[in-house]
Design a protein around this ligand. Structure first.
Ligand code: GLN
Length: 286
């Protein structure tokens, strides 16, 4: 299982991302974006393509905008191919894409999320937090039961940190909002202390539409979220870990964020085993 983690140009969460995949049992390779853009590394040699958080291109023109434009317009070699074309093929081959924070912003600005149309054009946006400031705090999330993505399988709620200035999801078209909700693409919502979805600050740290902290595409293969599950890999990452352990001494020492990475690694392993079994059956029958 091979996870490709892109870095460079101000991305700064690639090591946490790699640690998450290694703990989940996958191999993680950190690669500078230019190595991919210059054709030295092919995304097709990997199973999961990852866009970490950070401040790519200094958040100039809006977080994620410049990197999204590089993926859409920068030619990766002779023939005028772009990385976006490779990414479309990668997804069509049944592979997975994950973007966290700045990576989520890239996927949204590019139009890979939510991608209701299938044409990879921006349908929603992420902009400055309603508070007008950078938010650095822990939040509680609930997984939408309608969500179809294997990344979130079996998860009900989780606590994770956010650290961003431009996390407010804006959906200006009511029809698009309706389709997102109907398909459960708004896969994660911010919860208040009573465990209900909320637009109230600081539980909802940015004022996002639909209290939405993360989106998937209709296939469930592309997933992005503002909070950082890769920053909660050990129970001891939680600011309140001592009290949590006192309340529940037998609780796992894993952080709640790790499950997302374990889920996708297990899902790919399971699909491979099923594919091999089908091939073997075909071979014995013929
Ligand atoms: N941690 C991050 O990835 C931050 C993303 C982006 N730079 C923002 O502030 O919104």
């Amino acid at each position: 299982m091979q996870a490709l983690i892109l870095t460079g140009f101000g991305i700064n969460c690639e090591e946490e991302f790699a640690a998450a995949y290694r703990l989940a049992g996958a191999e993680a390779t950190i690669v500078h974006l230019n190595q991919v853009l210059h054709g030295q590394v092919s995304i097709h040699d990997f199973d999961i393509l990852n866009f970490p958080g950070g401040f790519s291109f200094g958040d100039d023109l809006g977080s994620g905008v410049v990197l999204a434009n590089k993926l859409r317009y920068r030619q990766t070699g002779a023939g005028g191919r772009t990385l976006l074309e490779d990414i479309k093929e990668f997804i069509a081959a049944g592979k997975f894409v994950l973007g966290i924070c700045n990576g989520f912003q890239v996927l949204v600005k590019l139009g890979l999320l939510p991608n209701l149309s299938g044409h990879v054009t921006p349908e929603v946006t992420l902009t400055h937090n309603a508070s007008g400031r950078y938010e650095d705090r822990w939040v509680t999330l609930r997984v939408n039961p309608l969500a179809q993505t294997p990344f979130l399988k079996g998860i009900d709620t989780l606590e994770v940190p956010v650290r961003h200035g431009e996390g407010r999801l804006v959906i200006s078209d009511a029809a698009i909002q309706q389709r997102i909700e109907a398909a459960g693409l708004n896969c994660l919502s911010y919860l208040d202390a009573a465990g209900d979805g909320t637009g109230v600050y600081p539980f909802n740290p940015n004022g996002a539409a639909l209290n939405c902290a993360g989106l998937t595409d209709p296939t469930g293969q592309v997933f992005g979220l503002m909070p950082h599950p890769e920053a909660f890999l050990s129970a001891y990452n939680h600011p309140d870990w001592a009290r949590r352990r006192r309340l529940n001494p037998s609780a796992s020492e894993e952080g709640e964020g790790l499950q997302i990475f374990k889920n996708i690694v297990a899902h790919i392993a399971h699909s491979r085993t099923a594919a091999t079994a089908a091939e073997n059956e075909f071979a014995t029958q013929n």
